[in-house]
Design a protein around this ligand. Structure first.
Ligand SMILES: C[S@@+](CC[C@H](N)C(=O)[O-])C[C@H]1O[C@@H](n2cnc3c(N)ncnc32)[C@H](O)[C@@H]1O
Length: 284
């Protein structure tokens, strides 16, 4: 395999053969071809959360796709159901709940680190976040953490929301935050910086439906100029916005508390309006 186009064509052909939804209907093979070209013909370890088929069928379409296209890869699949019927020499499956940080840690201690981790499991935001926060550190420098179908952050059936999207803690919020994480050296405020995990991520590639976070090869980051410049910038930021710091930090810690505050404010306003409309009415 020599170029990206050839890899895209191969992923497409094998993906269709296996009935893998990464190809039809999602068309993610184009993006996998862009990022995974260097892995063809090299030994590496890939972990995918979510084997497929749920509890009814064996599934395993993507495990088959990876095994065929990457002949030197060791492939690990996690699922809440027993998928061991799919196990063969380079493909191994394990029963692990992606929402259970302890179980994930135990698994990684035994089988990690990985060159690539792909989350295509429950697609529920808390499970996705538990997996991301637990597993990103088990990705080797230069490797990828891939979030599939992250748009479920917008859908209530997966515990997401479109209306409240800016007030929920979701994978989409953390993809946006990863811009801050990538640039954490240029953040001035220590309390703000302390709220951002140092994942060692240096690239973010966001496509429709799938996002790739790439770990840095080494901790080479753009540095802010030291001395007076740093002190002046910090002072200016604090002069302008320092009086709101507590609210900013509270929001950064948990945007969901703002939903509760907005609800409280809404109830207070509704009470006021009700009392104006009928002055005799008692307070709720
Ligand atoms: C969309 S399918 C995976 C498809 C597969 N990756 C492919 O591309 O062919 C989702 C899988 O995630 C599994 N799953 C659901 N909740 C899970 C959890 N909490 N932890 C691990 N796997 C889970 C389901 O059993 C199902 O097999």
């Amino acid at each position: 395999m020599h170029n990206r186009k050839q890899l895209e064509a191969r992923l497409q052909a094998v993906g269709i053969d296996c009935g893998c939804d990464k190809v039809v209907p999602h068309h993610y093979h184009r993006f996998y071809a862009t990022h995974f070209l260097d892995y063809v013909d090299h030994p590496f370890k890939l972990l995918e959360i979510g084997v497929g088929g749920e509890g009814r069928e064996p599934g395993g379409a993507s495990l088959q796709l990876w095994a065929e296209v990457f002949p030197l890869a060791e492939i690990y699949g996690l699922d809440i159901y027993d998928k061991s019927v799919l196990d063969r020499d380079r493909v191994k499956t394990f029963i692990v709940d992606q929402g259970d940080a302890l179980a994930l840690n135990e698994f990684v201690e035994k089988h990690g680190p990985f060159d690539i981790v792909i989350d295509d499991g429950s697609h529920k935001r808390s499970d996705q976040l538990t997996s991301l926060f637990t597993l990103v550190s088990s990705v080797v420098p230069g490797g990828y953490y891939v979030l599939e179908d992250y748009f479920t952050s917008y859908w209530p059936v997966y515990d997401g929301s479109t209306l409240a999207k800016d007030f929920l803690d979701t994978p989409v919020r953390w993809l946006k935050q990863s811009i801050d994480i990538i640039n954490r050296n240029n953040l001035l405020s220590e309390p703000v910086k302390a709220l951002l995990p140092d994942w060692g991520v240096e690239e973010l590639h966001v496509y429709p439906g799938v996002a790739f976070l790439r770990k840095g090869m080494q901790a080479v980051r753009s540095e802010i100029p030291g001395g007076d410049f740093f002190e002046n910038q910090l002072e200016l930021d604090e002069l302008r916005y320092g009086k709101y710091q507590a609210q900013f930090l509270e929001y950064a810690r948990d945007p969901m508390t703002h939903l509760a505050q907005l609800n409280k404010l809404k109830r207070t306003l509704e009470d006021k309006v009700a009392r104006i409309k009928s002055p005799g009415r008692s307070k709720r």
